[in-house]
Design a protein around this ligand. Structure first.
Ligand SMILES: *[C@@H]1O[C@H](CO)[C@@H](O)[C@H](O)[C@H]1NC(C)=O
Length: 495
């Protein structure tokens, strides 16, 4: 990764120089993929539900169905030194969040740029991923993509120290869409799971403080509205407790900085803190969920990757319910995970249901719940297809109402792909309302269709639509007087 980043950096430098000599009319015409850098991003950065992705047999997960009970305060957890966030009430209160990951490698092969983000439909964008050093310092992972690439409207003649890249564009989207909050998402599969970067700093007070302080530094400098932590996954109770302490440190550092800021009418920012949370019981049982929920604004449940190439049978990857007729096709189900979270003290309206904008493939199979052999090619990695590429030509879509899941199957190639169709995604939106959940989240934006067939559009409409008052209404923050970047300090008056 570091070597690739270095290559990207060199390439971006060359492009920047070339661009300075020959400013192009259309900045999107810079085609990095043609330079053979389509693998610029982490190869497998999907936040995954199972701790054992890549190895057979994720933990069996037969949580008994627990009836939904009213949200309780944290049960048997240490006293939270930080003031609990007020619990919100759907409908009359803050409303549903619509949350989506934007990946900073998406601008390369995937050609997904900030201007494509459905900013008027989202309450939160999770900008991924930030990483951290061993001492806890949080850092950007692709300077060119994050803060350097010049897009349309970016001058090459600005004086001083100025911000460009995706983060300038996202700030401009915030200016036009005052309900859109942009969070820096730190960790993810590559940095947190494969490289275990949280382990060292999370385990000491100094590490957590440095982590929290540098989160605030990035908020100050880059115009974020908050922080999202994707620790996949605390491996035991100790690390679960360290996650709580880390979140408390970030919360208090953000609150301290917020108290120093002031808007025109004396308003203060409320920086947002969220996590990506696991659906596997072996993982979430390590986390003090009730206590963590009090520190967080909401929890993004990774309710996908329930099934994939590590399983014995072709199964659903994002089903709501267990299948009683074909149990082999539902090793996990969202219903039982949410019931478990609620029983551990997480208010249902703080749980945001994650949904995939991609499908997982199984080849040489006779159907759902049956054995398979291989997963075939995919859009960007083997066996994983963007939603917008599905169904593949020749395949037919099916809905499994009992499981609350959909898939496609091609009888000729005997290939099954598990994913949410637009219709199933809308059904999930109805379920979110029924269960009083906190909204919808997607991994990740570049997989969606544009316009008519868009899952984000369809689900947002089902939740009531952006102007219905059903979505969370909470203004983002635009005033960053301490940024190192001149143009952000002034609020980009020329854009
Ligand atoms: C699975 O496919 C591979 C080749 O793609 C083949 O070598 C292997 O025998 C197959 N396994 C089974 C159980 O059919």
């Amino acid at each position: 990764m570091h070597f690739i980043n270095f290559l990207l950096f060199c390439l971006s430098y060359v492009l920047t120089v070339l661009e300075t000599l020959h400013p192009s009319e259309d900045p999107f015409s810079i085609d990095v993929s043609k330079a053979g850098l389509t693998q610029g991003g982490p190869p497998a950065s999907t936040p995954r539900a199972s701790s054992t992705f890549g190895s057979p047999g994720p933990p069996t997960h037969q949580t008994p169905l627990i009836p939904l009970t009213p949200a309780k305060d944290s049960i048997g957890t240490p006293k939270d030194p930080i003031l609990p966030r007020p619990t919100t009430v759907m409908g009359g209160g803050e409303g549903y969040r619509t949350v989506a990951y934007f990946v900073n490698w998406g601008i390369y092969g995937r050609k997904y740029f900030p201007h494509t983000v459905p900013a008027d439909k989202l309450t939160h964008v999770l900008y991924s991923f930030g990483d951290n050093r061993e001492d806890g310092e949080v850092i950007l992972t692709d300077q060119w993509s994050d803060i350097q690439i010049h897009y349309e409207g970016d001058s090459w003649n600005d004086q001083g120290n100025n911000l460009y890249g995706n983060l300038k564009q996202l700030y401009l989207l915030k200016k036009k869409n005052r309900n859109l909050k942009v969070l820096l998402s730190i960790g993810g599969w590559t940095y947190a799971h494969e490289q275990k970067h949280f382990d060292t700093p999370a385990s000491t007070p100094q590490g957590r403080k440095k982590f929290a302080d540098s989160c605030v530094q990035l908020i100050k400098d880059l115009g974020f509205d908050g922080i999202d932590i994707d620790w996949e996954y605390p491996r035991d109770q100790d690390q679960g407790h360290q996650l709580l302490l880390l979140l408390q440190a970030i919360r208090s550092a953000m609150d301290a900085y917020a108290s120093k800021l002031e808007g025109e009418t004396g308003t203060k920012p409320q920086f947002v803190l969220t996590i990506a949370a696991p659906a596997g019981a072996d993982n979430y049982n390590n986390i003090p969920l009730g206590a963590i929920a009090q520190v967080l604004d909401f929890i993004n449940l990774m309710a996908y990757d329930y099934s994939g190439s590590w399983d014995k049978a072709a199964g659903h990857q994002a089903n709501l319910f267990p299948s009683t007729s074909v149990p082999a096709c539902t090793p996990f189900n969202s219903q039982s995970v949410i019931d478990a979270y609620v029983s551990k003290g997480v208010p249902a309206n703080k749980i945001v249901l994650g949904m995939p904008l991609y499908g997982r493939a199984f080849t040489n199979t006779d159907g759902i719940g049956k054995s398979y052999n291989g997963s075939g090619p995919g859009s960007w990695e083997n066996g994983v297809w963007d939603f917008k590429a599905l169904p593949q030509p020749g395949a037919q879509e099916y809905s499994d109402e009992e499981s609350g899941a959909s898939y496609s199957y091609d009888q000729n190639t005997r290939t099954l792909v598990s994913y949410d169709t637009l219709d199933m995604a809308k059904k999930k939106a109805k379920w979110i309302k029924q269960k009083g959940l906190g909204g919808a989240m997607w991994w990740e934006l570049s997989g969606d269709r544009q316009g008519e067939g868009s899952i984000v559009n369809g689900v947002v409409a089902e939740l009531g639509g952006p102007s219905s008052g059903r979505l969370e209404h909470h203004a983002n923050w635009l005033i960053y007087p301490d940024s190192q970047y001149d143009n952000l300090r002034k609020g980009f008056p020329n854009n």
